[in-house]
Design a protein around this ligand. Structure first.
Ligand code: FMN
Length: 186
């Protein structure tokens, strides 16, 4: 089965990427799962990274997804939103998706997550019930506290288990985008 992790930051891999690596390694240990990390290509603008058709295809083909986002301006980076805007409407329908967010300020623990949950609902994705948030300093050193490692494992276990048990099942009612498209056709 395919596990796709999305590195949602336009900046070079740092603390968020270290957290992702722990989550990805945990999935790799499970039989039957392949892990692929997607990251945007850098541009001259440090806050803009670009995605391509291969990234879109990988998300659409995933059995489970981890969206990893830094907190930028109490929300997600525009670069990550670019990827969501490139996805076909059905790309994440019925796909289990886990959320990992990292920010400098503990007060911003829900800020990126709530924006991501809006997006996942729009696509009819199966949002994992529990998101993981960390203050970025948790990952400042190569050795990461065991508690954080355990939480990262739990975070991705949610979507791995959901994907294994729910594979092939479809859930309604249709998300807004499907209903709207149907109305346009009639
Ligand atoms: C443009 C920008 C905006 C940011 N806005 C916030 C913010 O609103 N709240 C917050 O807690 N951290 C904010 N941060 C800090 C990042 O979330 C934090 O540095 C990042 O998650 C970890 O960076 P790294 O993975 O590149 O090491 C911001 C960082 C940048 C570059």
């Amino acid at each position: 089965m395919r596990f796709v992790s999305i590195y949602g930051s336009p900046t070079p891999p740092g603390k968020l990427a270290r957290a992702m690596g722990i989550a990805e390694d945990h999935v790799r240990q499970r039989d039957g799962w392949q892990v692929q990390r997607l990251a945007s290509r850098p541009t001259d603008n440090p806050v803009v990274g670009l995605w391509d058709a291969g990234d879109v295809e990988a998300v659409a083909a995933a059995d489970a997804v981890l969206v990893a986002s830094p907190v930028f301006r109490a929300s997600i980076p525009g670069t990550l939103k670019l990827l969501f805007d490139m996805l076909p409407n059905e790309a994440l329908r019925n796909t289990p998706v886990a959320i990992l967010t990292v920010g400098a300020a503990p007060h911003h623990f829900l800020s990126a997550e709530r924006h991501l949950r809006d997006l996942l609902s729009w696509f009819g994705a199966i949002g994992a019930p529990n998101a993981a948030f960390f203050v970025d300093s948790t990952f400042k050193d190569e050795v990461v506290p065991q508690e954080a490692q355990d939480e990262l494992a739990e975070c991705v276990d949610q979507v791995v288990h959901l994907a294994e048990r729910l594979s092939g099942l479809e859930f309604g009612p249709d998300p807004l985008t499907v209903r709207y498209a149907r109305k346009q056709r009639n």
